[in-house]
Ligand binder design. Sequence first.
Ligand SMILES: C[S@@+](CC[C@H](N)C(=O)[O-])C[C@H]1O[C@@H](n2cnc3c(N)ncnc32)[C@H](O)[C@@H]1O
Length: 391
Amino acid sequence: MKLIELDSLFELEIERIVTGGYGLGHYAGKVVLVPLASPGDRLKVKPYKIHENFCKAEIVEIIKPSPYRITPVCKYFGECGGCDFQHLKYEAQLEAKVGIIRDCLRRIGKIDPPDEIPIIHSDEVFGYRLRAQWHVSLAESKVGYFRRDSNEIVDIEHCPILSPNLQKFLIEMRGRLGSERFSEEKGHIEVVSNETDISVVSDVFKEEARDIRVKVCDNIYFLNARSFFQANRFLLGKLIELAIEGASGTTCLDLYCGVGFFTLPLAKNFKTVVAVEQARESILLAMRSAKAAGLENIKFHSQRVRDFLKQNQEFFDFILIDPPRTGVEKEALESLLKLVPLEICYVSCDPATLARDLRRLCAKYKITSVKAIDMFPQTHHIETVVRLRKI
Ligand SMILES: C[S@@+](CC[C@H](N)C(=O)[O-])C[C@H]1O[C@@H](n2cnc3c(N)ncnc32)[C@H](O)[C@@H]1O
């Protein structure tokens, strides 16, 4: 019987892309996960991590390339830990992402995925990011992203997924780091931009994150580099449409509301909206945007969702949930099962935690639609919007 050993070499056929963006193949009765692979690749690989039921291996040689392979645009691809799908044709990226959602629903959620999961593509697949986090080391004169599976910085001059305004700022920043004195040797920089302005916050230089404005459809949002904002400037309006289409009524609850991205449009469809967010600064920005829009039917709560739901058990027609990557806290899910609104919309940037939470929610709700929207081209990340109805 063949055994898989660290640093041994073997040939592998990639069957499909799975969670985490890995290409999956089988060897010696084990699942083998390979980063930066493409379905249909015939590869020579070398294991770098061996677990009981699977191993991770890196590509040593592409023996026969998959028909979905293309030449990556970025010169840092493979080294930089940011993009991991640039070697795939865009259609294959979309197909892989729908496959990842299906796989998570089945394996983690124990849910039969719908026959069709529509995916909205991004009109532009480069130059889309209006938000970024860069790592800085002054001693090494480096600004960029972490290397794959490491905390080592890859020095980046040009990142093709950044918006033109952010790319311009990256070059400016590199010049500043070479010529000014800063308070810390190592740290990171958070940036968010619109077409003309930049908001920046960093532990390397002390600069007040200024508020900027972003217009989406007829809503204007105040935000800054300390607050969360959706990353793909080409899909902001479509994401709102997907999440709230057809939703209207008397009462609505917007959980994990950030700077009010969904709250503002929801306030136009419901008599009252209650919005909950733990980051106080985001709530203040959301209140400012609501005031500027003349919306007086929103009650904002700067609180953890878990604590809010423990104290408030009133009925809502519609609940929108848009948690961080870690998903909804366990206690919050239990409270949601007691609230039983007519409809829930779950917006998620992590199919695995989404599937875990849906498994619980399906005790009282039925999934009516699963749709995907490609907020993160060139990476395995995907935004999923699931609508549920009370059984
Ligand atoms: C994925 S973002 C969504 C924000 C907003 N819905 C949007 O689309 O811009 C998740 C938000 O949840 C907030 N958050 C994280 N954990 C939380 C918790 N336990 N309770 C309340 N808010 C939380 C974060 O500060 C962040 O603003």
